[in-house]
Design a protein around this ligand. Structure first.
Ligand SMILES: [Zn+2]
Length: 330
């Protein structure tokens, strides 16, 4: 009996240790954060290296699984490492869904608005939800999250959602961020964090071609890397996705972003602009309190799908899987 109790307490200890290790660590003392590419070999899964940094004297890598688009932070000691340029790494991993998605983003780089991947697989019955957190003094629109959790409770848990976050929003909204992290920690939602630039500068006067990240004086290195660092300091895992502020870019900017190993994500259904979602759509709403129309449209859409959701005929898709599936087995 005593042995059984000992065994059970060991089991509980191991389980709680596993659960804790799933929570994302916070890297509060980052130095030397930089783009660094290569091959991190560790059988059976190879990873591509995207960044390296030091935190509190210890080295870390940001890695992507090029088959699934999953990202993680790990210590270099676990891998056999071959440093490469981004171009060499793209050739080395050329047959993977990750590199094919980068290529597709580049192919769709010509338009001033909405460049990049703007929908997933049409065979999907449902959508991928993306909500942008541009700088805002208003609180997070929590109803988006409480509504999807309530609607999908019996069907999908955690419910996948992708949030495009800016550095400024993270600084302005520590409590909202804690609230989101708590929902993720309790497995109510799973958040894919999209880089939406640090400052998200916008001018009311300038034409689109000189606005947002195309405005003179933009430091793209800072906009990309500082946002990733802010994510890591706040305990968020950067993904391989980027959303242009205002959805505005030009060809050169798209290539600058893919040179960071990031895939630009557009939308084919910006609800507040009246665009109707189709099967496989990447839906855009704003979660920063500045676009109540889009949020209301989304809640209406959810309510109209209640029966389909219950029958698993209308689902929310993980953005990583939506983009990934398109290039699997190609
Ligand atoms: Zn924005």
């Amino acid at each position: 009996m005593k042995q059984l109790l000992q065994f059970l307490s060991l089991l509980v200890f191991l389980l709680s240790a596993t659960i804790k290790s799933n929570a994302q660590a916070e890297y509060k003392k980052i130095t030397g954060y930089r783009a660094y590419y290569g091959w991190a070999k560790h059988a059976p899964q190879d990873w591509m290296i995207l960044r390296e940094f030091v935190n509190d004297g210890k080295s870390y890598l940001l890695l992507v699984n090029p088959q699934t688009l999953e990202t993680k932070i790990d210590e270099p000691g676990f891998y056999e490492i071959k440093p490469m340029t981004i171009d060499e790494a793209r050739v080395f991993f050329k047959s993977t869904p990750y590199v094919k998605a980068l290529q597709k983003a580049e192919k769709q780089s010509l338009s001033t608005q909405d460049a990049g991947i703007e929908s997933g697989m049409p065979k999907q019955t449902g959508i991928s939800l993306t909500a942008d957190l541009c700088p805002s003094h208003k609180p997070l629109d929590k109803v988006i999250f409480t509504s999807i959790i309530a609607e999908f409770k019996k069907v999908e848990q955690p419910v996948p959602v992708a949030l495009s976050v800016t550095g400024i929003w993270m600084r302005q909204h520590p409590q909202d961020l804690e609230w989101l992290k708590k929902l993720q920690g309790e497995h109510e939602i799973y958040i894919t964090w999209i880089n939406h630039s640090f400052n998200h500068r916008v001018s009311a006067k300038l034409p689109l071609k000189e606005n947002f990240l195309l405005e003179a004086g933009t430091n793209i290195n800072y906009e990309v890397l500082e946002t990733e660092m802010a994510m890591l300091k706040n305990g968020l895992m950067p993904s391989v996705f980027f959303r242009f502020p205002g959805l505005v870019s030009d060809k050169e900017l798209v290539y600058q972003i893919t040179d960071f190993g990031l895939i630009s994500i557009g939308t084919d259904a910006w609800l507040a602009k009246g665009q109707q979602p189709q099967a496989g759509s990447i839906v855009l709403i704003h979660g920063n309190g500045n676009e109540p129309v889009g949020v209301n449209d989304f809640i209406k859409l959810l309510k109209s799908k209640t029966q389909s959701i219950a029958k698993k005929q209308w689902l929310l898709y993980d953005l990583r899987e939506s983009v990934d599936e398109e290039f699997q087995g190609e």
